[in-house]
Design a binder for this molecule. Structure first.
Ligand code: GLN
Length: 446
């Protein structure tokens, strides 16, 4: 792994921080020695992996790819980091992202952009671009990303790997630096569906430290990797195949649907009529929550503090001005505006109502279907710089993934072909806690 990282990292730039080689190797040798002694170890033992840099790691810098958290070293582990450490996985480093997970290309990182391993002129997607690129470039065996509106699935799609956003509440958010708390969810980025099930086994489960954690029994997700989809009901939501979708992407996704039909699945079109309102509702809800969550970065409690100041208010102002990038500031302003007393009902409250309608669309569809299939993104990876100065165009690359977060349901992205030498991603959505159905369908397709 370290040889591979040495070979490719200077071109990919997936890592914001690497654990010293000797330290990681020492841990790996310890695991080897225990295996030689005949000890039974957890299933992820000895596996090299890395975490998106918005998951707290005790004693290891955690920056959210933001200047405001530069040199912040958490005094505790996120629950996922603890679980993987206790499972004897080997942490190799922390992964680059759009600042505070706001973006779809990893170009909003305050440090440097990450490149797409398939074509270095293209973006890896985002905001978990480092997590997807590191797995695609074989720098780690798996990684964890976070997904608020598509940030695991869209980069997985752009980089030709598998990414799962689990049901809201099924993986603990404790120690995940909050962007939009009612939408954020941690999930695995892996090379294939089998690894996805293994990693999900390792991180899912109730956590008393996360008040939104669900008290539901965690199945062994590996048991749904049977290859059997006969009789499974698959819905094709027609709103996801409209304008803006590249023809090659559409064809690759429909070919995949045909393959599943050949394997015995029953396929039918379905309508999710409120889909077009999901994107504007998301950007209001997410920005509103972000403006509140990011109020804590004031130069007193964490990370960066402005040097020049007259009094405490100018210290707050300068710290936030110097520490946050343009996109983060845009979201804070948008969110503050949407929550302000004169506009609350017109924007924030309206967005919450739309959110309910979007969720009800899915509830209705899942009365009939086990899984819904769509493209993960309307296009393959775009060129670096292409959308960097056009926030609206950037927001549109998440149209297919955002409704899923509003509804809190799980969805996976997996590769389903190529267009112009770049991977195409297929999205499978399931009902809440329906990870088994989507893993079953995904494994059968793969
Ligand atoms: N691109 C979306 C945003 O910028 C989604 C990001 C995410 O899922 N973290 O908000």
């Amino acid at each position: 792994i370290y040889e591979r990282i040495d070979q490719v990292e200077e071109k990919i730039h997936a890592f914001t921080f690497q654990i010293e080689k000797d330290q990681a190797l020492a841990r790996a040798r310890e695991v080897d020695a225990r295996i030689t002694r005949g000890e039974r170890l957890p299933s992820l033992a000895g596996i090299p992996m890395a975490l998106k840099d918005n998951m707290c790691t005790k004693g290891i810098p955690t920056t959210c790819s933001s200047k405001i958290l530069d040199r912040f070293v958490p005094p505790y582990d996120a629950t996922v980091a603890r679980k993987l450490r206790e499972a004897d996985s080997i942490l190799v480093g922390k992964l680059n992202m759009d600042e505070f997970a706001m973006g779809s290309s990893t170009e909003n990182s305050a440090f440097f952009p990450t490149k797409n391993p398939w074509n270095l002129d293209c973006v890896p997607g985002g905001s978990s671009g480092g997590a997807a690129a590191a797995v695609a470039a074989d720098e780690v065996i798996f990684s964890l990303g976070s997904d608020t509106g598509g940030s695991i699935r869209q980069p997985a799609s752009f980089c030709g790997v598998v990414g799962l956003k689990p049901t809201y509440g099924s993986v603990s958010r404790y120690g995940l630096i909050a962007y939009a708390s009612s939408l954020d969810q941690i999930g695995p980025v892996t090379k294939d569906v089998t690894d996805c099930a293994w990693v999900l086994n390792g991180i899912a489960g109730y956590d008393g430290k996360d008040s939104t954690s669900a008290e539901v029994a965690v199945p062994d997700y590996r048991e749904c990797l049977t290859g059997e989809v006969r009789g499974m009901k698959i819905g094709i939501p027609k709103e996801y195949f409209g304008e803006g979708l590249q023809a090659e992407v559409k064809n690759a996704v429909l070919d995949a649907v045909h393959k599943l039909a050949d394997l015995g699945a029953e396929v039918e079109e379905v309508s999710l009529p409120h889909t077009e309102y999901a994107l504007p509702a998301y950007y209001l809800v997410a920005s509103a929550e972000a403006s509140s969550n990011l109020a804590r970065y004031d130069g007193v409690r964490y990370g960066h503090r402005a040097r020049e100041m007259q009094d405490i208010v100018s210290m707050f102002k300068r710290t936030r001005d110097e520490g946050f990038g343009a996109e983060v500031k845009r979201r804070i302003m948008l969110g503050t505006y949407a929550l302000s007393s004169g506009y609350y009902d017109a924007y924030y409250l309206k967005a919450l109502k739309v959110r309910t309608l979007v969720k009800q669309d899915f509830d209705r569809a899942f009365e009939k279907f086990d899984v819904l299939i769509s493209p993960t993104a309307p296009t393959v990876a775009f060129q670096c710089g292409e959308k960097a100065n056009d926030p609206l165009a950037m927001y549109l690359s998440d149209v297919c993934t955002i409704p899923i977060n509003l509804a809190g349901i799980p969805a996976i992205s997996l590769p389903c072909g190529f267009s112009h030498g770049l991977p195409v991603g297929l999205q499978m959505m399931g009902k809440a806690f329906g990870e088994e159905a989507i893993l079953r369908a995904a494994f059968a397709y793969e």
